[in-house]
Design a protein around this ligand. Structure first.
Ligand SMILES: C[S@@+](CC[C@H](N)C(=O)[O-])C[C@H]1O[C@@H](n2cnc3c(N)ncnc32)[C@H](O)[C@@H]1O
Length: 157
């Protein structure tokens, strides 16, 4: 199994790039992991929120591959503790043969077509974060999960 974090738009802020890269580098040691970036939609000012979501949705669906297991990161999804998330990842390594794809939405969330395609929704908190923050929180939680699964002293209950 390979884990993919699918995101919309490049990260501009250097401090986010550095922090995300740090966890991405640490993850190399544990599991095949990639961040796949879908280019930003141009001229969003002339679009309504729904039109932007639809356009992003088309690009997202085109970025998916046959056999992907799609999990939306969504503030109205299932909530886990870090221990439960580690167990969830472990279980997925036995059931997902190809890519386990975690998807972060754009500024207005996901189009209906993307919700329809999803296998699950996962929430990181009941609070809403910026899409850049979510990238960082997700890679840190995935790293935390890998250290839990390998009995390493990073996570403390
Ligand atoms: C700024 S948020 C979009 C908020 C938008 N109002 C919505 O309804 O989804 C951008 C993306 O970050 C992710 N996100 C934000 N907060 C999250 C949370 N607490 N848990 C999981 N994902 C979150 C989601 O993928 C969301 O589509």
């Amino acid at each position: 199994m390979k884990i993919t974090l699918l995101v919309i738009g490049k990260t501009d802020a250097g401090y986010f790039i550095d922090a995300v890269s740090e966890y991405q580098k640490r993850l190399e040691h544990y599991i095949p992991f990639e961040i796949q970036v879908i280019p930003d939609i141009k001229n969003t000012k002339s679009l309504t929120a729904d039109q932007q979501k639809e356009k992003e949705g088309e690009l997202i669906l085109r970025s998916l591959q046959a056999g992907d297991y799609l999990v939306l990161l969504d503030d109205k999804g299932k909530e886990y503790t870090s221990m439960q998330f580690a167990a969830y990842i472990e279980k997925k390594t036995h059931t997902v043969a190809k890519r386990l794809v975690f998807l972060i939405g754009g500024p207005y969330g996901f189009a209906r077509s993307v919700y329809d395609k999803a296998n699950e929704k996962l929430t990181l908190s009941r609070m809403t974060f910026s899409h850049q923050m979510v990238r960082l929180i997700f890679v840190e939680q995935l790293y935390r999960a890998m250290t839990i699964l390998n009995n390493e002293p990073y996570h403390h209950e």
